[in-house]
Design a protein around this ligand. Structure first.
Ligand SMILES: CC(C)(COP(=O)(O)OP(=O)(O)OC[C@H]1O[C@@H](n2cnc3c(N)ncnc32)[C@H](O)[C@@H]1OP(=O)(O)O)[C@@H](O)C(=O)NCCC(=O)NCCS
Length: 164
């Protein structure tokens, strides 16, 4: 059973999960672990209309999902960026797909029309995941990052979400 809760009650678990990816993977372009304050700045979306949730398996923290501003300039207000991180033991359970559907519903209710996901081009599981969720590639930023000695590109995936 998937539940959603205020991320603020699960900030330590969420930061641990994110920092594992900072240290071990190219899913994040941070290269140094974030402090509690730094992580709160990116993960606790509380400015209208943006929201962040912990994803719970029964009552256990399984991951987090959020939508945040794509760009602060007012004309971009119809567009938001989605972020999702799930703990490894919950991969392949379908919970992430449920969470994407949930956050799209919340975003649509807040007037967002277009969702974007920025995904490291070598992160094939994530690209497949977003494709399966109905996102299509809108563009690719070539060779914009470097981590672990590898030059990295970023794919931008986009989905129009129906109004609720
Ligand atoms: C992206 C992420 C949330 C997907 O979670 P997940 O648990 O694998 O997703 P689900 O089980 O809900 O959905 C599975 C679908 O995603 C795709 N997928 C997931 N892992 C895959 C893999 N290793 N190879 C290929 N496709 C994969 C498939 O289309 C799969 O559907 P299928 O099982 O019917 O083939 C998870 O991999 C994750 O947390 N990654 C680290 C953080 C990250 O990269 N976030 C994205 C940037 S915002």
């Amino acid at each position: 059973m998937v539940n959603y809760a205020d991320i603020r009650k699960y900030m330590a678990e969420a930061r641990d999960l994110y920092n594992q990816h900072v240290i071990d993977t190219t899913a994040s372009f941070h290269t140094e672990a974030l402090t509690a304050g730094e992580f709160a700045g990116i993960a606790a979306q509380d400015g209208d209309p943006y929201e962040s949730y912990a994803v719970l398996a029964d009552k256990r923290f399984a991951g987090y999902v959020l939508f945040c501003p794509f760009n602060p300039r007012q004309a971009y207000k119809r567009t938001a960026e989605v972020t999702i991180y799930m703990k490894k033991e919950y991969h392949g359970t379908g919970m992430a797909m449920d969470a994407i559907g949930f956050i799209e519903m919340r975003a649509a209710q807040k007037g967002i029309k277009t969702m974007l996901a920025k995904i490291t081009a070598e992160n094939i599981p994530s690209i497949r995941f977003f494709q399966k969720a109905g996102y299509r590639q809108a563009g690719i930023l070539r060779d914009v990052g470097e981590k672990f000695g590898r030059i990295l590109s970023v794919a931008i995936y986009q989905k129009d979400i129906p109004g609720k």
